[in-house]
Design a protein around this ligand. Structure first.
Ligand SMILES: NC(=O)c1ccc[n+]([C@@H]2O[C@H](COP(=O)([O-])OP(=O)(O)OC[C@H]3O[C@@H](n4cnc5c(N)ncnc54)[C@H](OP(=O)(O)O)[C@@H]3O)[C@@H](O)[C@H]2O)c1
Length: 255
């Protein structure tokens, strides 16, 4: 079977295509989102437990190929699966959508630190860089900061460290909805990761329409030598060209 490392819209579409074609596969989610929408494949949830955990998982399951369709910024799992598959001679494909890249009103930055240096102290900032990015924003000085998250913070979580607050909302967002959010919060600077894809692009279009600058954080590099495609269709073609995969998919509880 194929092990599909999921957690993106593309992984979902690929899971649907694999299921439709009856290609034996199992999906894997990191477990960072509290109630992920179920995928149409048997799905395991949670980290593997480092290199050794991933190797043990591959020993215990009839995995004949891996497709890494995790987020373009999920650099740790991508590096790990590349190294582990390389050692085992296991076919691996990275599915990574094209970046948005430079554009009108977008300022490309290497990381949060560079973005902090470009944000004036009277700014109202909407961060769409994910909950896990919060420590990297520690040095940010702004009039207000809003950090968009899918799930509300745990009741016992530390208070939000800036004037402003969590902006709890579940994607996808239309461009009109993004414009309404930017206006409601009075945002003067939007910060985003260069994730690429149509779904997340609406915030860039909304910011451009309102004349709000976007600080766009560049992606981490893809490990050298990792076979990469940018579309679900190309990933599916790769999967279909694999030698016949033993099936059926391993039964694991659905989320
Ligand atoms: N980074 C983002 O901006 C972003 C945005 C949207 C969605 N996501 C999704 O959220 C997940 C975590 O992202 P991240 O940035 O924390 O990644 P990361 O830093 O590369 O990975 C952190 C750890 O999460 C576990 N992990 C990640 N993806 C996994 C998967 N599909 N199945 C099982 N374990 C997984 C691994 O734990 P072990 O070491 O225990 O194996 C990994 O070491 C990814 O699947 C990614 O696609 C990330």
């Amino acid at each position: 079977m194929i092990l599909l490392l999921a957690g993106t819209a593309e992984a979902r579409r690929l899971a649907e295509a694999l299921a439709r074609r009856g290609i034996p596969a199992m999906a894997s989610l990191a477990g960072v989102t509290r109630a992920p929408a179920p995928l149409p494949l048997p799905t395991r949830i949670g980290g593997f437990g480092g290199d050794a955990g991933l190797a043990a998982f591959l020993d215990a399951h009839p995995v004949r190929a891996v497709i890494d369709a995790t987020h373009p910024f999920a650099a740790r799992i991508t590096a790990r699966v590349h190294a582990v598959c390389g050692r085992r001679g296991l076919p691996l494909l990275r599915l990574e959508r094209a970046p948005w890249g430079p554009g009108e009103g977008r300022i490309s930055v290497a990381d949060e630190a560079e973005a902090i240096g470009l944000i004036p102290p009277d700014a109202v900032v909407l961060l769409t860089t994910g909950r896990q990015s919060l420590p990297a924003w520690a040095g940010l000085r702004a009039a207000r900061v809003h950090l968009r998250v899918i799930d509300p913070p745990d009741p016992g979580a530390a208070p939000f460290p800036f004037p402003g607050g969590w902006e709890v909302a579940r994607p996808p967002f239309t461009e009109a909805a993004e414009r309404a959010t930017l206006r409601r919060l009075g945002v003067t600077h939007l910060v985003a990761k260069d994730s690429g894809g149509e779904e997340g692009r609406t915030k860039l279009d909304a910011a451009r329409a309102l004349g709000i600058p976007v600080l766009l954080i560049r992606r981490p590099p893809v490990p050298p030598g990792l076979a990469t495609v940018a579309t679900v269709e190309d990933a599916l073609a790769w999967a279909e060209a694999l030698p016949v995969l033993p099936g059926p998919s391993v039964a694991v509880p659905r989320p």
